[in-house]
Ligand binder design. Structure first.
Ligand SMILES: Cc1cc2nc3c(=O)[nH]c(=O)nc-3n(C[C@H](O)[C@H](O)[C@H](O)COP(=O)(O)OP(=O)(O)OC[C@H]3O[C@@H](n4cnc5c(N)ncnc54)[C@H](O)[C@@H]3O)c2cc1C
Length: 305
């Protein structure tokens, strides 16, 4: 740790509770939670971690993340609050990965640029959004992508173009050892009334459908091909089911909410229960949308319930 301290130019928090860095408000301490000062700093930290075989995880604002109660015995690196440069040149947008998605959406709307307005209200950073291929109300973040700069564990920067990455529903082939640094989009101008209409529709839909008063990580499962996961969990009779301080939301059954002091193990118990019950009732295997850190995959399997 002393060696790491000497390298880091940004901020390094030791034994930092991840509950302060996830929208669930859940997660034990990370041995080192680091916000690098800039890409040079990031490169040096990645090289150090790589040379010493230290487990390293990349986190945006933790809004799609479930972290184990036991925490993370390794380094967590985040661009949030540091790599936040955002630049416009007509319809060309250049944004660092720590830019919050909400800021990007608002700045695009302000300039009458269309493409990302339906993502209004999706929490998170741009880096997390790209890795997840975040989407809402018909739009996906990858739709207007021009290029992405990533840094690998040797500190080398590579540029990917759309053909280099596969994007699908809440999926991208960006690897877990590739840190997203910067994203470029190409957007077109549009009549502001049309943009506002799409934005308002998305915003209203979100407020009506989602339990936004409680802490969650959004949808727990991906929607299977024919039915919404929330519908299946609801039809399985699980709405309102509680384990500890966690609950399958009465409002939207694919949102599991934290009523205060929920543990990661409460959420994983609900995940197992939902998977088991939906499979028994409908023969459908639910696939996780949320990403996990430090959780044994067995703990997430239906068979264990
Ligand atoms: C109330 C609520 C509503 C939501 N609604 C939606 C919705 O409508 N649509 C939707 O798609 N999602 C939704 N989500 C989920 C979440 O907002 C998105 O997945 C978001 O894009 C995650 O961004 P993040 O920065 O928080 O990423 P994190 O949760 O921090 O990370 C997500 C993944 O990205 C990786 N990652 C993050 N940053 C980087 C980086 N710089 N480099 C490399 N890898 C990185 C992480 O390792 C992890 O695998 C919702 C969540 C909440 C809480």
């Amino acid at each position: 740790m002393a060696e790491l301290r000497n390298i880091v130019q940004g901020t390094l928090l030791e034994n930092e509770p991840m509950s302060g860095h996830t929208s669930y408000g859940i997660g034990g301490p990370a041995a080192a939670y680091i916000t690098p000062k800039d890409r040079y700093d990031l490169g040096e930290i990645l090289k150090f971690a790589n040379q010493h075989s230290i487990q390293t995880y990349f986190v945006g604002s933790g809004s799609n993340l479930l972290v184990a109660d036991s925490g993370i015995n390794g380094i967590v690196l985040t661009p949030a609050k540091a790599l936040t440069h955002l630049e416009f040149d007509g319809g060309n947008v250049i944004a660092e990965s720590g830019v919050m998605l909400g800021r990007l959406v608002k700045e695009c709307i302000k300039r009458n640029l269309t493409g990302v307005e339906s993502l209004i209200g999706v929490p998170g950073t741009l880096g997390g959004a790209l890795v997840m291929n975040a989407g809402a109300f018909g739009g996906e973040i990858s739709n207007y992508l021009n290029s992405v700069e990533i840094m690998d564990m040797t500190g080398k920067v590579k540029t990917y173009y759309p053909g280099d990455i596969d994007f699908a529903y809440r999926f991208s082939t960006i690897r877990s050892d590739e840190f997203v640094l910067l994203v470029r989009f190409e957007l077109k101008e549009e009549n502001p009334e049309i943009i506002q209409e799409k934005r308002n529709k998305a915003s209203k839909g979100r407020k009506t459908n989602q339990p936004l008063r409680f802490r969650s990580a959004g949808s727990v499962f991906k929607n299977p091909p024919k039915h919404a996961a929330g519908y299946l969990i609801d039809q399985a009779g699980l709405k309102g089911t509680r384990v500890g301080n966690a609950e399958i939301s009465e409002h939207h059954a694919n949102f599991f909410v934290n009523h205060g002091q929920a543990k990661s193990s409460d959420i994983t118990a609900l995940i197992r229960l939902a998977r088991k019950t939906v499979f028994e009732k409908f023969g459908i295997k639910l696939e996780l949308e949320v990403k996990t850190i430090g959780i044994d995959p067995q703990e997430l399997e239906a068979d264990d319930a």
